[in-house]
Design a binder for this molecule. Sequence first.
Ligand code: BGC
Length: 759
Amino acid sequence: MKRILLLTAISLFFTRCEYAKNQTSNNTKKSIEYKIDSLLKIMTIEEKVGQMNQYNGFWDVTGPSPKGGSAELKYEHLRKGWVGSMLTVRGVEQVKAVQKIITEESRLGIPLIIGFDVIHGYKTLSPIPLAEAASWDLEAIKKSASIAANEASASGINWTFGPMVDISRDARWGRVMEGAGEDPFLGSRVAEARVKGFQGDDLAADNTIAACAKHFAGYGFSEAGKEYNTVNIGTSTLHNVILPPFKAAVDAGVRTLMNSFNELNGVPVTGSSYLQRDILKNKWKFNGFVISDWASISEMITWGYVKDKREAAIKAVTAGSDMDMESHTYIQELAQLVKDGVVSESLLDDAVKRILRVKFELGLFENPYKYCDENREKETIGNKENNDGVLDMAKKSIVLLKNENNLLPLKKEGQKIALIGALAADKDSPLGSWRIASENNTAVSVLEGMQQYKGNSLVYKKGTDVIIGEATFLNEVKINTTDKSEFAEAIDAAKSANVVVMVLGEHGFQSGEGRSRTDLNLPGLQQELLQEVFKVNKNIVLVLQNGRPLTINWADKHIPAIVEAWQLGTQTGNAIAQVLYGDYNPSGKLPMTFPRNVGQIPIYYNYKNTGRPVDKDKNVFWSHYSDVENTPLYPFGHGLSYTTFKYSDLKISNPSFLIGDEVKISVKVSNTGNKDGKEVVQLYIRDLVASITRPVKELKGFELVELKVGETKTINFTLNNEILGFFDNEGNFIVEPGAFMVFVGGSSITELEADFELK
Ligand code: BGC
């Protein structure tokens, strides 16, 4: 009886009709706030805490209800309405089942928000995020996220734990594959594109999902690139490098943020009021919600920051962690803490309002089953349109690192081609890490892609395995370091070939979460194989598959053509074959510096000048190593094309500007080769003297330009105050007068420069 009365009360506040009406009226936001307040008034403390509790999927929800253990507990909590969200439950049938329990059996029937790691596609996989960033093609990246949202939402999901917007300068860290690389400006633009792609123009549409910018903040600066390690960075790096992509995501309307496993200068970020309240919620006025990372609330105990779950709950909720992912801390502790008067109920109200707001915006109250249409699920997942979309993205993500004597593109006829390397025939590894919803072995392999070009004779030989046994998301990958039994066959095939294509690199599960490495050479016996093959045939095209920059000095010195092909997802082989055969002219540019060796890490293009940048006295006392040069192997922004481009006529509209003025810059770019192509025109600045030292170069603009053979285009950039300023050590944005340099070119090793004064 009580339940019926309450449900009636709720329905008075937001009947379907009223909700639908408000969705289209101008006061949507206002009406949502009214509904949230109304609902909050009738919620018990336990129900509020329940909204702040997220559980991982726990049993085959369409089967019999669980008996015993944590599954039974979670099931009970669902029925009581003590769960606000679930993750990794997927597929219409499963999602429908959990929504049915909560909406029909719990007192208030508040629908769940269903989260999932849609990191680079759902079932149809696009390239890993680092690869996509290499396209510098924001429209394509947005499209790729919208394809992922379309598939995920057709499968019952309404919230992705993406994009990861962590800047990282450390290729040892396995999770660089999930981000957009080392640069805050590129990272910010990519963050916006991904948020917009996932969320679309209308979050209530049934093919868009809420996005989640993660990991707030600093995770990409884990010391020594070691996973889950401590982070110690200065305030300038925090404000100028780490936070900008998060701010860009917030400005693009991201509805959630995830905090992180790391501490920042001694405070686990999950318990950081400075980050979550002062900056995110107060300064940036973010009104969505923050989810913890998996058990990061209770891990504050292990960090030695709090002594037990009770203290962990106090710290996290006070700091503004709104939802607890799978640590069970809130559900175990928070209600009692409120009753004991230790935690104010207003903290719960703030968190719950944020969570309900996103649920209302998604339209879940209107229809909890809105993402649960079996027909749509069947028609959408893996359809041709999605495959065409990820193929397009895959081609755009490829970076041509080197191409001596125009070895590439390959001739389409009359050639004997030896294709070598275990990764060349691998249908699993190119799917990369984070592909929980996809099926194993569903990528088009390079072998399959190349077999479609029938004019040449193609022989495939593995040469050597990269890994031993099966690699999975949960297992440590085992590398083959002993078995050379198939070397001879591969070398033999190479002897008689006109061109050898070698596909080498990392297995897809060698990068990603928990996959930090101290050695970034080609894993296992691949380097040896490469050198052995080179002895018999120097005409080698090296195709790299990897989730992070590798150290490939030998290859750079000896191998004439090198293609960085990352892990490109479902359509990998088709994309690579089209690039190798010149049906697609590559235009990708590195979003992360390639070091010469691991000792150079962290290495990045926007470093500080230091007091001793050059060997001016011809002695040893300057900023350098004595065993390797300072420059990287391949700089940030580097990438070639099958055509060539020339930059000229860099012009700045005036020699000096007043603070507040816009600085207009133009440059001419010409296609001087004999193939139509695309170029990423990059603009960098240097603020020569400032109250906080500034990097020697900072990317501040880029444009992807298509140029036909012989064509010249003028590219215009506008630098406003937002671009010319920086954050001081208190996090205040400032613009200072003084001299600036401007650099333009096709990589961070720019070709043209000019200067101006800001007064
Ligand atoms: C990762 C998050 C991820 C979460 C849920 C954690 O281990 O750090 O990025 O979203 O798991 O799968």
